[in-house]
Ligand binder design. Structure first.
Ligand SMILES: Cc1cc2nc3c(=O)[nH]c(=O)nc-3n(C[C@H](O)[C@H](O)[C@H](O)COP(=O)(O)OP(=O)(O)OC[C@H]3O[C@@H](n4cnc5c(N)ncnc54)[C@H](O)[C@@H]3O)c2cc1C
Length: 411
């Protein structure tokens, strides 16, 4: 048996979250060891090849609006070479009255210029994106294959050590070093700093150091439908993405005249079963009808030819958990990416790297990333000084202050 190696930085989890953070650290000149339970990157939720990204524009959650705008800009810049920019249309909700001027004003108040978001009545939307519904056109909205992006980020690098087929089940601290153990209680590695990017498994890992995270699984199924040439659906299929109650990608036409159309997704709270379900496909057929406002469309025309099933990891307040764990120095969290893996992983890479290297908040500050947003994502937001169990770590647990950027460097 080889002696466990010591690393300055270990990242646990090689999905889009861990891969993006590891890559950012490599680009900043650090050496990184990434450990994953699977045999290769992106085998879990990030095996998703059909993810989309756009800034959130809904009303009522000002921090989410600001965060998704910043994260979108970071994601777009990070993945520009593999960014499938097809634009995304967000139809007006069925129970809302569309007012173009009011919507334009609202978008402007969110700092979203017309190159980012445009209010359109049904006629304009029909002309620009082929969808006869009023709503908001997000021309820079895009798709990303999370699986390929993760693999690309973790391709061979001199300073990258990859450890596969290794599940970390427990952490332990001695002096300033973290020790990582597997289920056989064998020490796998030690590190000065550990980034926990293993989605739901962050929950049990954190329990091993007396930290309780409010994480829940949410199963989701995306359906890949085929539509025959000449079917009434065919001439209504969108050439852009649509995001509303559910989402879809632009339909793809094959040489034989048939179409492939990817529509999703179910949102099964508290479930983590990966087996495909017929009822999820039926749900997606209904969503498909709603997305393109085709109430009379015959659902039998959407023939299921494939699916993607994944389990999202979601925090109690629906925001991701990203940042240094103030209660356990040396531990950094990047989990609970929910349904926004593209946006939050791009943001996590910048934020975790800045905190881990204790420098350079300038870039984030330039994007408008203020202290209140850092605090909104920080793991500390759940603790308010009260960690679950009194223990030998109790003294540390009382420190629930969020980690904020150093003022002078944030300018
Ligand atoms: C149906 C559906 C649709 C979605 N649509 C979108 C979308 O349109 N846009 C978007 O941005 N996002 C979307 N998402 C969300 C996105 O897929 C996730 O947010 C993202 O993949 C999560 O990445 P992750 O790296 O946090 O987790 P994961 O990809 O799950 O990676 C976790 C990694 O940790 C490893 N691991 C787990 N436990 C351990 C352990 N103990 N030790 C070592 N390694 C471990 C696993 O093997 C895995 O590789 C969707 C998700 C679903 C389910």
């Amino acid at each position: 048996m080889t002696k466990p190696q010591h690393h300055e930085i270990v990242v646990i989890g090689a999905g889009i979250s861990g891969a993006t953070i590891a890559n950012e650290l490599l680009e900043r000149g650090k050496a990184v060891c990434i450990i994953d339970a699977a045999a290769s990157p992106a085998t879990a939720c990030s095996s998703h090849a059909y993810a989309i990204a756009h800034p959130h524009i809904g009303k009522g959650s000002p921090r989410l609006l600001r965060l998704t705008r910043i994260a979108f800009l970071l994601a777009e810049a990070r993945w520009k070479n593999v960014w499938q920019q097809h634009g995304i249309f967000q139809p007006t909700k069925k129970d809302k009255v569309f007012d173009r001027a009011q919507t334009m004003e609202y978008l402007h108040s969110l700092d979203l210029d017309v190159d980012m978001a445009m209010a359109m009545d049904a006629k304009e939307a029909q002309r620009v994106c082929g969808i006869e519904q009023s709503g908001v056109w997000l021309p820079r909205g895009a798709g990303l294959n999370l699986n390929e992006a993760s693999k690309q980020l973790l391709k061979h690098h001199d300073r990258l050590t990859s450890v596969w087929n290794t599940r970390i089940t427990r952490l332990e601290k001695s002096v300033n070093t973290w020790h990582l153990f597997d289920a056989q209680n064998q020490m796998i590695a030690s590190a000065d700093k550990v980034v926990i990017a293993c989605a739901m498994a962050a929950k049990s890992l954190m329990i091993s150091i007396d930290i309780r995270l409010p994480l829940r699984p949410v199963r989701g199924q995306l359906s890949i439908f085929s539509v025959q040439e000449g079917d009434p659906w065919a001439k209504r299929l969108p050439s852009v993405g649509i995001s509303g109650d559910g989402y879809c990608l632009p339909a793809t036409r094959f040489e034989d005249g048939s179409y492939q159309w990817i529509v999703g997704s179910s949102f099964d709270e508290g479930e983590d079963d990966l087996a495909p379900r017929d009822e999820s496909d039926d749900f997606n057929r209904e969503q498909a009808r709603g997305l393109i406002a085709y109430e009379d469309g015959d659902l039998c025309s959407l023939v299921k030819v494939g699916e993607f099933v994944g389990v999202r990891c979601v925090a109690g307040d629906r925001l991701p958990i990203i940042g240094a764990l103030a209660q356990r120095p040396g531990i950094f969290l990047a989990t609970a990416l929910g349904s926004r893996g593209i946006l939050w992983s791009a943001l996590a890479a910048k934020l975790i790297t800045a905190q881990l290297l204790e420098d350079d908040f300038a870039l984030l500050a330039r994007f408008g990333f203020a202290a209140d947003l850092v605090a909104a994502l920080a793991p500390a937001r759940f603790f308010a000084g009260a960690l679950a169990t009194p223990s030998a770590l109790g003294a540390l647990a009382s420190n629930s202050k969020p980690i904020l950027p150093v003022e002078s460097k944030a300018k």
